[in-house]
Ligand binder design. Sequence first.
Ligand code: UDP
Ligand code: MG
Length: 313
Amino acid sequence: MLISLIIPCYNEEGSLPILYEALCDVRRSETTADRCFEFIFVNDGSRDKTADIIRDLAGNDKSVKYVFFSRNFGKEAAMYAGMQKAKGDYIAILDADMQDPPSLIPQMINDLDSGECDIVAARRVTRKGEPKIRSFFARRFYRLINRMCDIEIADGARDFRLMKREVVDAILSLSERQRFSKGIFAWVGFRTKWVEHENVERVAGETKWSFWKLFKYAIDGIVAFTTAPLRLATYAGFGFALAGFIYLIYYFIRAIVQTIYNDVPGYPSLLCFILFIGGLILMCLGILGEYIGRTYIETKGRPIYISSEESKD
Ligand code: UDP
Ligand code: MG
């Protein structure tokens, strides 16, 4: 039986040697007569020495495989490429920065072996060491997306997971360009077991996620998995039409009762109203635009990534 470990790397020259050591420890303790490992490094267009380090590792270790991207395509694409390359019966994805502790892998293998689940996924129960404001918005985001979508995305769920072959095949069959893995993992289903761990800070380098990038990622996630925002326009339109109708009747009755009714004041309220409705229409247009834009990108059918170099199998 083969176990594939996929590691997306973007500017990870500092962490890779440390991670590789840790992976070798796992391999040493877990390799048996009928179980071996392959490590798949996906270099996502790094600008530092990551590529050289990976080439070196592959030169000295037959079980190191790699895919290099022609530019930075993002972690989602890197995970997809890794899964395509992986030949294992069990397949894991883990970050290069040791935030996904490799020491959890033996336990994950045991859990899959026991046959009671198809996926063992890691979840961090604390967000220690993370900026407070980021944790706050992350929590809000999970609340929001879970309320809007049919799928359940666990708060604190990482991409770190060990999956059986059939799960990975299912994930690969979802070939959309705008990938939101947290949603895709939840969408394909299968029996998941959660292992919880404390937040670990990265060993070297720094996070590639700015607050703004995370915000855009959150919007991507929502748009990718639910069309609920589109309904917002319908509801709002309906609500305002109803309010307008009630107002019309009220006005009509008042005009009849008072016979002559000449109401010139009311200009400010009118202006507010126009501005408000105008804003709402623009917002709804924007939401529509998000979906149409994504449809446009998908219809082009471009590949998810372009590789510039690959290890031979
Ligand atoms: N990563 C990647 N491409 C990117 C950004 C990140 O392959 O464009 C990799 C990165 O090398 C790391 C993992 O994705 O292995 C998680 O990135 P990071 O640690 O920056 O994210 P965080 O842990 O802060 O969420
Ligand atoms: Mg990290």
